[in-house]
Design a protein around this ligand. Structure first.
Ligand SMILES: Cc1cc2nc3c(=O)[nH]c(=O)nc-3n(C[C@H](O)[C@H](O)[C@H](O)COP(=O)(O)O)c2cc1C
Length: 332
């Protein structure tokens, strides 16, 4: 048996599972492993310092897989923003036609991706129905609906996927995938039942053999509970879900206690540069790093192939079991 959803058909993949963009994780090794396993692997553009480095990374990925893969372009507010259009141009020049966009004001980049010949398939990730509807107007092909459980930018409304996915089903005219809190086939079956065409996972893919991060961090994820994440930066309307450690606790204390509310007080604690080092040196307390509540559901470090085969099998079994619960009309 194999899956046949709008996502598998449109992207040309076997299993309706996408590996979402991940800063300092979404390199060629990660994306190729997921695509080789039947899902959609995604490179994260901004892990590459320049558009030309992204070109090299795309070419490296092509040598590692013959299956489709995508590129994530995340647009974050910055004093000196990266040249997003130059990254997008490299994506197009290299013949990539699947892009995950996320973040603020994605309009100009989405317009450029959709104007290409042939146009890109754009999956736009967002945490509110309002933002999803704006993205629909921009012509995106799929929404990736990120519930409050998710790793990273959770938004400011704290709506978990049980509500958010059904809202998406009720109100969006474009197909969507479910993101945040997924790790197994039971989750995939639930997402499909709620109307999604597949799922997007981040944290679960960090704890795989091929994830290009230090083994200590994979073990920290396996050892963690669902209560081991922390929300920071709400005060600045940029709430992020991070792995709870000494640094997030110190950062949170400053956030709550600062009399000035000056971002510069917390900035050294939430520095991305220190977070990047965590994945290289394996010290989970060295800086802040992103993880979702789903850490409580992750108990092993399989290959991507083992993980996706297991998810496929569990989802098929779960959906068959659900089907078997319906019998002829009872006389009761
Ligand atoms: C380490 C890490 C880094 C991430 N970086 C990005 C990013 O740069 N851009 C983005 O759109 N999403 C990013 N995400 C979010 C994921 O793409 C995905 O939406 C999220 O992990 C889904 O929630 P889950 O972790 O519960 O599966 C990141 C997630 C993780 C775990």
């Amino acid at each position: 048996m194999s899956f046949n959803t709008e996502l598998t058909r449109k992207l040309g993949i076997r299993i309706p599972v996408v590996q979402g963009g991940m800063m300092w994780v979404g390199y060629a090794e990660m994306a190729a492993a997921v695509s080789n396993a039947g899902g959609l692997g995604i490179l994260t553009a901004l892990t590459q310092p320049t558009p030309e480095d992204l070109r090299k990374e795309i070419r490296r990925t092509k040598q590692m897989t013959k299956y489709p893969f995508g590129v994530n372009i995340t647009l974050l507010p910055a004093i000196n923003p990266p040249d997003y259009k130059a990254y997008a141009q490299v994506v197009l020049d290299e013949g990539i036609r699947i892009v995950e966009t996320a973040g603020n004001s994605p309009g100009p980049v989405i317009k450029m991706l959709k104007a290409a010949s042939p146009p890109c398939i754009v999956l736009h990730k967002c945490t509110t129905i309002k933002h999803a509807q704006s993205a629909v107007k921009l012509g995106v092909d799929f929404l990736s609906i990120d519930g409050f459980e998710c790793a990273g930018h959770v938004g400011e409304h704290d709506i978990t996927n049980f509500i958010l996915l059904s809202r998406a089903r009720q109100s969006l005219k474009v197909p969507f995938i479910a993101s945040g809190g997924f790790a197994d086939g039971q989750g995939l079956a639930a997402a499909l039942s709620l109307g999604a065409e597949g799922i997007n996972m981040g944290t679960r893919f960090m704890a795989t053999i091929e994830a290009p991060i230090h083994n200590n961090i994979k073990k920290a994820i396996v050892d963690a509970q669902e209560t081991d994440t922390q929300l920071v930066l709400r005060r600045w309307k940029n709430t992020s879900r991070l792995f709870k450690n000494k640094v997030t606790e110190d950062a949170y204390k400053i956030e709550v206690e600062s009399k000035t509310g000056d971002f510069s007080e917390i900035q050294p604690y939430v520095s991305g540069a220190r977070g990047r080092q965590v994945f290289l040196n394996g010290d989970k307390d060295f800086g802040v790093w992103t993880a979702g509540q789903v850490i409580g559901l992750i108990h092993d470090i399989p290959t991507c192939d083992e993980l996706l085969s297991r998810i496929e099998k569990e989802a098929v079994e779960t959906l068959s079991k659900a089907n078997s619960l319906i019998g002829p009309k009872s006389k009761l």
